[in-house]
Design a protein around this ligand. Structure first.
Ligand SMILES: Nc1ncnc2c1ncn2[C@@H]1O[C@H](COP(=O)(O)OP(=O)(O)OP(=O)(O)O)[C@@H](O)[C@H]1O
Length: 846
């Protein structure tokens, strides 16, 4: 096999995915080459300068098959316009002409016997490395931690459970709805990584708000080694100009803002003319839907989802826009299960009954079900009479085992179990407390609404609107903020306010007049500038002390390196309040979260603050019933905010809210939330995956193996600390490796070190460099034969033994997920001179 130029019609084989069979060059333009692999029904696009491909070139006397399966012995090979034509004879000596495009595509190139007979004998250590590699591949692919161990993340049980549960399904379709900051992006990344590594997803589209593009790009690369291409309108135009018709077809992993599709019919058409293995939509609560109005964003996502197999919707606040929107998102995921809104609302109200039934079955088990006719009738109604009859006919032991399955079915079928996952802080250790500090201020005279019958709420909640253009100098919140920053010079603070204009003016003032190191973050800024601001704020030594952000500007962002949050105003939505606090109250926050609220005494904000604090307790913990209570009390709350002087009305509102909250919480903890808890987390399963990962990565096996592998391929290695290596291309490299940068890299085998040091790569069993080498070794002929001498008293001198290792490889479409069901194990046979089977007598590693 020699290297030549790419010409359409030529046959090449992938060095890293030889199981795809013989590929055909379809197109070569703009330094990219597209290869189709007919046997696997797949295609790949590579950069021409480092495509991991080898040219297929047969010699006279070799045997080939054409695409009709006819076996032909080659007599001569001629080249025409860069492609080969083989001349030969079939088994009945009929002359045959085979242009290479008509070669059989299901071909493999591992012919140890031919190399052995031709005297191309490898060293025994290489043969051993090859067998070790097969063993490792087999072990890894069989493990239920496969695809989940390579991510540079802490192994958190709630995330590991969701990732392994969704990875075990044929296609992942789910609403990931953990509370703010519990790691939905990480869960989605784990699922994508698992599907990517196992070859089940080769085309992924992630749609998200503009402000999160860069954060996702970096998280996917840094934590999961997934290299996404970021598409915005500018990039789409550049790709189209370079001759590529559809920008969504130009890469396998794409990140794009939802706005790219909602603003352009053409982009929407292009995105939905490509097939996606998985579509991910972050901050999915923006996909508004009601009986009357369906938002354009929802329609766009619905259209792209119709060409996607897997679908992951991410939101911390699934019911933010009411139960209708929640229903519509569930319907996107599983239209058969959620055909009708009324039915869905009915079911939601039935969760308490369902939970009582499940709790009874869980606590008292099979004996209760056997004796309780009413319970039997309810169960028969929910799961079908046949299921119950079948259960009755089982033995006692079988009945107990089967009951667990029935309970799981109940949670699955009756609740939102299969598609909705929601973990809460309540069930996760290690979250710091939240502390509220309030600062009552005297309102300026200009702010007063006395004498107004029905003052507008918006300016009451955002005093800068009432104070006019010079608000910055008359608003006591500004003076308070400046003073706080000056007295707490060593502390970083995130300030959130509702509007971008407020944020801009405030930052201007603090910076230019107050001399505070500050920066701003809002939706009107370009992505680059937003990321620059966030980076300046994150900088420890010389960075900004304060970041002033607008409401929407900071959604989904990670600011947990800071623990002071200033609420410059309050949003009129409990979910938005939680989103604000969630910027700091996230995984990785090591301090208690200090929430500071400056407000005008006797104002609408004071009323709202008291309602959130005394009514919902929403500052100090996550209030899962906040949105429902807001809808219930919206009118009296608005009245109270307009007339803050009416103390009795406020007191009544607070008491009613508290009471309703307690009732609702107890209702939910017996009903829907309890069911959700059951289906969102299973400690035993999570522990099993985590301990498998520990088993695979602890100890020295990986390190010993990786060092041997690197050495064999000519990679230069130097030790780096106790569990690290520095690797770079050596002078005698066997192959050019796409996963090894020219200037090398620093690797660590320790997950802990990888988590604390961004400059060091985490070398797991699933690191791209290791995978590339393992594939190269097993798919090529390296070490596929060797000669060795054994000194065994039991064997007469000169006895010839043949050890053969057989692997099973089938060229089939990836979508069949063959590796999942048929991990590529190997069969070892050791044969004596008389053909006797000595495999069990003499092990591979004597
Ligand atoms: N397993 C983990 N290991 C290390 N860091 C993690 C892990 N899980 C989450 N984090 C970190 O915690 C923060 C929150 O995670 P993430 O952004 O995925 O949460 P989220 O639920 O998507 O948040 P939001 O609700 O704000 O969108 C991020 O900085 C993330 O990197």
């Amino acid at each position: 096999m020699a290297h030549t130029e790419f010409v359409p019609g030529q046959r090449w084989i992938s060095n890293t995915e030889a199981e795809l069979g013989l590929g055909i060059v379809v197109e070569c333009a703009n330094r990219r080459v597209e290869i189709s692999f007919p046997a696997a029904g797949d295609s790949r696009t590579y950069a021409t300068d480092n495509a991991p491909l080898s040219r297929v070139c047969y010699e006279p006397d070799e045997q080939i098959r054409n695409d009709d399966g006819v076996l032909i012995t080659i007599r001569e090979r001629i080249e025409h316009n860069g492609c080969f034509i083989y001349l030969g004879v079939d088994e009945s000596s009929t002359e045959m002409i085979v242009p290479e495009i008509h070669l059989d595509s299901a071909v493999h190139f591992s012919k140890p016997q031919e190399r052995l007979f031709a005297g191309q004998i490898d060293r025994h250590s290489l043969f051993k490395l090859r067998v070790d590699t097969l063993e490792h591949q087999y072990r890894l692919q069989k493990s239920s931690a496969y695809g989940l161990m390579g991510a540079r993340v802490q192994l958190l049980p709630h995330q590991m459970y969701i990732a392994s549960e969704l990875s075990s399904r044929a296609v992942p379709r789910a609403l990931l709805a953990d509370e703010v900051g519990l790691g939905k992006t990480i869960e989605a990344g784990l699922i994508l990584h698992q599907h990517w590594i196992s070859g089940r997803a080769k085309r992924v589209l992630v749609l998200l708000p503009d402000s999160l593009l860069h954060q996702w790009l970096v998280e996917m690369l840094r934590r999961f080694n997934l290299v996404f291409t970021l598409l915005d309108e500018e990039r789409c135009l550049a790709i189209s100009e370079s001759g590529h018709e559809n920008p969504f077809d130009s890469a396998q992993l794409i990140l794009a803002p939802v706005s790219l599709l909602s603003r352009s019919e053409l982009r929407l058409e292009q995105a939905s003319s490509v097939h996606w293995d998985i579509l991910v939509v972050d901050e999915a609560h923006h996909l508004g839907w009601s009986r009357e109005v369906v938002s354009h964003a929802y329609q766009c996502v619905e259209q792209v989802a119709s060409v996607a197999d897997g679908l992951l919707l991410l939101t911390a606040t699934p019911e933010q826009l009411g139960p209708e929107g929640h229903f519509a998102r569930l319907r996107l995921l599983d239209p058969a299960r959620y055909p009708d809104l009324e039915l869905f609302l009915d079911e939601e109200s039935d969760y308490r009954h369902l939970n009582v039934l499940i709790e009874a079955l869980m606590s008292e088990g099979a004996p209760l079900l056997k004796r309780d006719a009413h319970l039997q009738a309810v169960l028969a109604e929910r799961l079908g009479a046949d299921t119950l009859e079948h259960w009755k006919g089982l033995s006692e032991i079988e009945q107990s085992a089967n009951l667990h399955k029935m309970i799981a079915d109940l949670v699955d079928r009756q609740g939102t179990g299969r598609v909705l996952f929601r973990n809460t802080r309540k069930n996760i250790d290690g979250f710091p407390e939240r502390v509220l500090h309030t600062y009552p201020l005297i309102a300026p005279t200009l702010f007063s609404s006395e004498g107004e019958e029905e003052p507008a709420l918006e300016p009451l909640l955002h005093p800068e609107k009432r104070l006019g253009e010079t608000w910055i100098s008359s608003d006591p919140r500004v003076a308070w903020l400046l003073e706080w920053l000056k007295t707490n010079k060593k502390e970083k603070a995130l300030v959130i306010c509702a509007h971008a204009e407020t944020a801009i003016m405030l930052e201007d003032f603090l910076n230019l007049r107050g001399g505070v190191r500050s920066t701003v973050f809002h939706e009107g800024m370009s992505l680059v500038n937003r990321d620059r601001s966030a980076a300046y704020f994150a900088e420890q030594e010389l960075g900004a002390q304060v970041l002033i952000s607008s409401e929407i500007g900071s959604e989904g962002r990670n600011f947990q390196f800071c623990h002071h949050l200033v609420l410059f105003d309050l949003p009129l939505s409990p979910d938005l309040l939680e989103q604000r606090i969630g910027r700091l109250d996230r995984i990785g926050q090591h301090h208690s979260v200090q929430i500071h609220l400056p407000y005008y005494q006797h104002s609408a904000t004071e009323v709202l603050m008291r309602w959130y604090h005394e009514g919902l307790e929403a500052f100090t913990r996550v209030c899962s019933t906040g949105d429902a209570l807001y809808h219930r009390f919206a009118q009296p709350l608005r009245d109270a905010m307009r007339h803050p002087g009416e103390r009795h009305a406020l007191q009544k509102l607070l008491e009613e809210t508290q009471q309703e909250r307690q009732e609702l919480e107890s209702e939910l903890s017996f009903g829907r939330d309890r069911l959700l808890e059951m289906s969102s987390f299973n400690a035993a399963k999570a522990d099993s995956v985590i301990s498998q990962i520990h088993e695979l990565e602890n100890g020295k096996a990986l390190q010993d193996y990786a060092e041997k592998l690197f050495d064999r391929f000519g990679i230069a290695i130097q030790p780096h600390g106790e569990r690290g290596l520095v690797v770079h291309p050596g002078e005698q490299m066997l192959y050019q490796l796409s996963e090894l940068p020219e200037d090398g890299m620093t690797l660590t085998f320790s997950r802990k070190e990888a988590l604390s040091r961004e400059d060091v790569e985490f070398l797991s069993w699933e690191h791209p460099l290791l995978l590339e080498l393992m594939e190269l070794l097993t798919r090529n002929d390296l070490g596929n034969n060797a000669l060795g001498v054994l000194k065994l008293p039991a064997l007469p001198a000169g006895t010839l033994l043949v050890e053969a290792v057989f692997t099973l490889n089938l060229a089939v479409p990836r979508s069949l997920q063959l590796a999942r069901y048929l991990p590529s194990g190997y069969l070892r046979v050791l044969t004596g001179p008389e053909g006797q089977d000595l495999s069990a007598v003499l092990a591979h590693k004597p």
